[in-house]
Design a protein around this ligand. Structure first.
Ligand SMILES: NC(=O)c1ccc[n+]([C@@H]2O[C@H](COP(=O)([O-])OP(=O)(O)OC[C@H]3O[C@@H](n4cnc5c(N)ncnc54)[C@H](O)[C@@H]3O)[C@@H](O)[C@H]2O)c1
Ligand SMILES: O=C(O)[C@H](O)CO
Length: 378
């Protein structure tokens, strides 16, 4: 018999049963559900990554909707079980939903929600932090200090890269990629080259206007270029940050060949999804090119790093924390809960998943809508 899963229950007499596979920050998301007649069951198992079997046990015989996490494998098995339990709604507590088999969800009539917008600036700020940390060798220098090795200022000590006036490359100039680009351009007066399947018109207008502003103030204008190929970005840029969705077009987008065309002293940042980079090829490239630096928030086979990466001084590594600010994580929990509630209640999908502020204002009642449903099943 399967081991029972430990849960915390809110509003036991609620009509609709909503399960969250993890405790999530804040309590607003819980109250939004319980105020609308939901019984909320939160999995409190200590285990970090739940298996499909664990989640099947959580879904049980009757379940209206589930809030899940990007570490879980949401496919045929779970969606069919959710359907059998009478469920119609699932939401990831994440904007990325490459862990979800949307075709399987469609087959069982389950709406799939995600949490865009609320994490855009937070994630871009972490990508900017990784860019600076890698360019200026912050982690290496910190370790040096703590090891008691500093015995005085030296002309060559931890010399890194200057960002001002250099070129920032962005691959995937959607919400986060564009926010990151604006930070690097406005903050460090970098020029932009980007690659995306679509034109980033608002970003281009921003760079043009900022360039004109700088010029009017006697400074050199910043410039932008939309690249025709990924290779153009990789060969031209000094700092490159990856922000595309993960799908079959972006799997191993950065591979051995593409690493080889990058500048020897370039900085590469990844706060999108690990498999966008062939991590084994990256380790080899970092070993062969000690002046090439990376800042990584995500890894190909989380929670693991490919052999050799942890020993490399030219890599800054953090554990998938790009959206980890209190406001953002509470907002993600709220959006995920409202996606599930919206489907249960039969509300329409919000018209613009890029404008979700009205769901996040704690002082007002959120609109009767599901903030972001990716498969239009409402
Ligand atoms: N590290 C983290 O904690 C964290 C946090 C938030 C988001 N993310 C990841 O970042 C991704 C982007 O989030 P977003 O809100 O900016 O999404 P978005 O949809 O606004 O942007 C994604 C962009 O990728 C582009 N794209 C798709 N295929 C491409 C290709 N083959 N080549 C180049 N560009 C391509 C799209 O056109 C789009 O502009 C998410 O899907 C998620 O995986 C990670
Ligand atoms: O896709 C996402 O939202 C992240 O990876 C976690 O914030």
């Amino acid at each position: 018999m399967a081991k029972p899963i430990s849960i915390e229950v809110w509003n036991p007499s609620g009509k609709y049963r909503v399960v969250s596979t993890k405790p999530m920050p804040g309590t607003r998301w819980i109250h939004l559900l319980t105020d609308q007649d939901c019984r909320v069951e939160i999995c409190t198992e200590k285990k970090t990554i739940l298996s499909v079997e664990d989640i099947l046990a959580l879904i049980g015989e009757r379940c209206d909707g589930v809030i899940g996490q990007l570490t879980e494998d949401w496919g045929e098995v779970l969606f069919s079980a959710l359907r059998r339990a009478g469920g119609t709604a699932f939401s990831n507590m994440a904007v990325g939903y490459n862990n979800v088999d949307v075709k399987a969800a469609n087959k069982y009539g389950i709406a799939v929600g995600n949490t865009p917008g609320v994490l855009t600036e937070t994630t871009a700020e972490l990508a900017a932090s990784l860019s600076l940390a890698a360019a200026r060798r912050i982690v290496e220098a910190d370790q040096f200090m703590r090891a008691g090795l500093y015995d005085g200022w030296l002309p060559h000590l931890f010399v890194g890269n200057l960002l001002r006036g250099q070129t920032v490359g962005v691959i995937g100039a959607g919400r986060i990629g564009s926010a990151y680009a604006r930070m690097m351009i406005e903050g460090f007066k970098m020029n932009l080259i980007y690659y995306d399947l679509y034109q980033a018109t608002r970003l281009e207008k921003f760079v043009t206007a900022y360039g004109e502003f700088l010029q009017a103030n006697g400074e050199q204008a910043v410039t932008w270029k939309r690249a025709a190929t990924v290779e153009d970005v990789l060969s031209e840029a000094d700092v490159i940050s990856l922000h595309p969705v993960l799908d079959k077009t972006t799997y191993h987008l950065i591979n051995k060949e593409r690493l080889s065309i990058m500048k020897k002293e370039a900085v590469l940042v990844n706060a999108s999804r690990g498999p966008v980079i062939d991590e084994a090829a990256l380790v080899e490239h970092l070993k062969a090119n000690p002046m090439f630096r990376v800042g990584l928030d995500v890894f190909e086979e989380e929670p693991f790093m490919k052999p050799g990466l942890a020993e490399l001084k030219n890599a800054v590594v953090v554990p998938h924390i790009a959206s980890a600010s209190k406001w953002t994580r509470e907002g993600m929990a709220t959006l995920a809960a409202l996606n599930v509630l919206g489907k249960i209640k039969g509300y329409p999908v919000w018209s613009d998943p890029n404008r979700i502020d009205s769901f996040l204002d704690e002082k007002t009642v959120p609109p009767p809508a599901a903030p972001s449903i990716t498969n239009h099943l409402l």
